[in-house]
Design a protein around this ligand. Structure first.
Ligand code: ADP
Ligand code: MG
Length: 323
């Protein structure tokens, strides 16, 4: 309970896109190299995530659905040094409490696949055999069926899907080595194939637009403990796709965005900042990711130093258009 209390209880299920985020992060944490995301009616009717990750053993299926059951955090000290994406052990519990959730899984070393079902606040009572390849499928049906107040806040199918699409783009930029397919109402909408590091720009261009392959400046800066690499579009380019990552997590952190803006200002003055994809790799002990429940913000222990490092690094990449 102490551990549980020290982790701020965040509301993880805001809309279909937040469900997709939690489930895909779980797949990535499970080592999946291939993830299929199937959406129906903007996620209101169905969200299905299939992965080829390490799976969940039969005996752990019900546990995975209970609150504060995480296999990823062994002690409070681990909180200081979080490497996996999920760590609160509340996503599956929260999602299943507002939907009809089916969890099917087969670890490679298990003979048969097993399935658990939870509906609303009723925990899975029984686990049954099913057919499933190595990996995990989680099906979330009828989101918010038992919480009319929240269902009322769902926007149109199109709007909810566009949130999911944007989320999937951000995830696609976090792991070039993971193949991701996104379908909506049984039509393939995005298909990101796995890319090697050398081929990374292709993934960046697929997500952020062709400009990134044709016009972006690529930079690498820093050394072990504080490193940055980025694709930065030239000033004047109208493509304003902006993505930032800290240790592989997508972030929308004020300090990072401020530093990037400042870099542009120092080189070209007050101008519209074009698109960029920025990756910061920092010693995990130098950063606190548990600031915001949605995990979009971080706290750097040496904020000034990190800020100035980003400014200096990005300045090298600021180019006027057609230079
Ligand atoms: P957390 O990710 O914070 O640990 P979750 O509620 O998201 O908590 O998941 C609970 C547990 O279920 C995880 O710790 C993990 O052991 C297991 N799990 C969830 N999704 C998957 C998956 N796709 N593959 C393997 N294990 C999973
Ligand atoms: Mg999780």
């Amino acid at each position: 309970a102490r551990l549980a209390n020290q982790i701020a209880a965040g509301e993880v299920v805001e809309r279909p896109a937040s469900v997709v985020k939690e489930l895909v992060e779980n797949s990535i944490d499970a080592g999946a190299t291939r993830i299929h995301i199937d959406i129906e009616r903007g996620g209101h009717k169905l969200i299905r995530i299939r992965d080829n990750g390490k799976g969940i053993a039969k005996g752990e299926l019900t546990l995975a659905l209970s609150r504060h059951a995480t296999s990823k955090l062994k002690s409070l000290d681990d909180l200081e040094c979080i490497l996996s994406l999920g760590f609160r052990g509340e996503a599956l519990a929260s999602i299943s409490s507002v939907s009809r959730l089916t969890l099917s899984s087969k670890p490679a070393e298990q003979e048969t696949a097993w399935q658990a079902f939870a509906e609303g606040r009723d925990m899975a009572v029984q686990v049954q055999p099913t057919a499933h390849p190595d990996g995990t499928t989680i099906e979330v049906k009828d989101l918010f069926f038992n919480t009319p107040a929240r269902r009322k806040f769902l926007r149109t199918e199109k709007t909810e899907f566009s949130h999911i699409d944007e989320l999937v783009k951000r995830i696609a930029l976090s792991r070039f080595d993971v193949a991701i397919t996104l379908t909506h109402n049984q039509k393939v909408v995005r298909q990101y194939r796995a890319r090697s590091k050398e081929d990374g720009v292709k993934r960046v261009a697929q997500v952020g637009g062709k400009d990134f392959e044709q016009q972006a400046t690529y930079i690498e800066s820093g050394s072990e403990g504080l490193m940055l690499h980025a694709w930065v579009l030239p000033v004047g380019c109208t493509n304003s796709a902006q993505y930032t990552y800290v240790n592989g997590r997508m972030m929308r952190d004020k300090l990072i965005l401020h530093a990037i803006r400042q870099a542009f200002e120092e080189v070209v003055g007050e101008q519209e900042v074009p698109g960029f994809v920025v990756y910061l790799e920092i010693d995990p002990r130098q950063v606190d990711v548990n600031v915001h429940p949605a995990k979009h913000e971080v706290r750097f222990h040496q904020a000034r130093l990190v800020h100035d490092f980003i400014v200096q690094a990005i300045k090298q990449a600021v180019m006027p258009l057609n230079s």
